[in-house]
Design a protein around this ligand. Structure first.
Ligand code: MN
Length: 427
């Protein structure tokens, strides 16, 4: 489904005068500080975040799953849903596919469909964390690290297939996240597991087209409860460093133990040019995958402060990172949840753009932590919502995406088209 542009405009018109007032006020406040809001609006319009195909359906837990209605049952439906998010937010201009859940039958038709929604294909994701029905050997005891070379070969072959599908669609990167690890002390030889994983990744790296990047994602625990082969950013960076120039670490916010200083990890990886990708979500206890910014918005801002610093640093050769939301929703309408995540990401980005970097650096050089905090919090406490709304308005999106989604009865329409009981593939 697509929303009639005129309808979005009609909804926007109802809130236009209020928006003009808020945006005018913010423009004047920021203008007095020497900040040109038009520059910020342009940067916000450019900032696009990929939506993964698996976030469009209702997720669940190991205890159960309560699906909503009108979920996307096919790859075409998933693309259409990201298209809706992009139409409303003008911030979700890419989709990230997961193979084998999203194998395209007709590559050309899928490419054309995505293009018609203004979407590109971001990083493709492989899956060796579960067995597929037609699979010969099991990943129960690991994939790229497995003791049996035949299992490792099968997992490498799968990754090469994922690259082939991604290449056909115009993707330029592969994200590898491994569940490989052990659940009991003594189960795994840590050194052999690392070496085997490295060798397998080397084969995958060698099989990538020359303009592709490989992202190595890390996670401290789960599904294994004692050890994970790629447990942290240090291990991920060691692998990426050994693999070569086109291999990078990928930071997923939820893949850290509680209270980890993620902003410092981001700064360090960007300093050495090795931060390739970023997965957004929020968490309280573990890899909770809840809505971005719903629990720790200040931490998200501090992370964005380092991301912006890294992106603006002329001495850094870090590539522009691939942004993706990696979350799931077991209670909310997934599309509403994704709109909230997109908003939270861009709020943090906009606030980070407001940081007076010269003044901050001066405070640091003068050992003035109180002033440094004042500078950061002045940016964080600025209400930049009207800035985001203006960027959307200028790009033909909705002033308030969730309000528009509800007023235009999008979910009701999706249920009418697809039915109450469609289960999204892959979940
Ligand atoms: Mn992730």
């Amino acid at each position: 489904m697509r929303i009639d542009k005129q309808k979005i405009k009609e909804v926007n018109d109802q809130a236009l005068s209020e928006h003009r007032e808020s945006f005018g006020h913010l423009s004047s406040v920021l203008g007095k500080k020497g900040i040109d809001v038009n520059v910020l609006v342009e940067k916000l319009k450019e900032f696009q975040v990929a939506v993964p195909s698996w976030a469009l359906g209702t997720g669940g837990t190991r205890f159960g799953r309560f699906s909503g209605g009108g979920e996307p049952g096919t790859l075409e439906d998933k693309i259409s849903d990201v298209g809706l998010l992009h139409q409303l937010s003008q911030s979700a201009g890419a989709i990230s596919l997961h193979i084998p859940w999203d194998i395209p039958n007709d590559v050309q038709a899928i490419k054309e469909l995505a293009a018609s929604h203004g979407l590109i294909f971001d990083a493709v994701n492989s899956n060796t964390f579960q067995d597929q029905p037609d699979q010969e050997l099991s990943y129960k005891f690991g994939s790229l690290c497995h003791a049996d070379k035949k299992v490792r070969d099968q997992a490498v072959k799968h990754n090469l297939e994922v690259i082939k599908y991604g290449d056909a669609l115009g993707s330029k990167s592969l994200t590898v996240w491994l569940a490989d690890g052990s659940s009991f002390p003594g189960q795994l030889n840590f050194k052999k597991a690392f070496q085997r994983t490295l060798e397998s990744l080397q084969e995958i790296y060698a099989g990538m087209p020359e303009d592709w990047k490989l992202f190595v994602e890390y996670k401290p625990y789960e599904p294994n409860f004692y050890s994970t082969v790629i447990q942290d950013w240090g291990t991920s960076h060691m692998l990426a460093d050994k693999l070569g120039d086109r291999a990078y670490s990928l930071v997923d916010l939820g893949h850290h133990l509680p209270n980890t200083n993620i902003e410092q990890i981001v700064a360090t990886l960007m300093m050495v040019g090795k931060l390739g990708g970023f997965h957004f979500n929020d968490s309280k206890y573990g890899d909770d995958d809840v809505t971005v910014g719903s629990l720790k918005p200040y931490q998200l801002f501090l992370i964005f402060n380092e991301l912006v610093d890294g992106m603006e640093d002329p001495s850094s050769n870090n590539p522009y990172p691939a942004w993706m939301i990696d979350a799931s929703h077991n209670l909310k309408d997934p599309l509403e949840d994704l709109l909230q995540s997109l908003e939270a990401i861009k709020l943090a980005y906009a606030q980070a753009l407001l940081v007076d970097r010269d003044a901050l650096e001066e405070a640091r050089e003068n050992n003035d932590p109180a002033l440094a905090q004042e500078i950061l919090q002045a940016a964080y406490r600025t209400d930049v919502r009207s800035l985001l709304a203006e960027a959307r308005l200028q790009a033909d999106g909705a002033l308030d995406p969730i309000a528009a989604y509800r007023k235009l009865n999008v979910r009701k329409e999706l249920i009418a088209q697809r039915g109450e009981k469609v289960i999204s593939t892959g979940l």
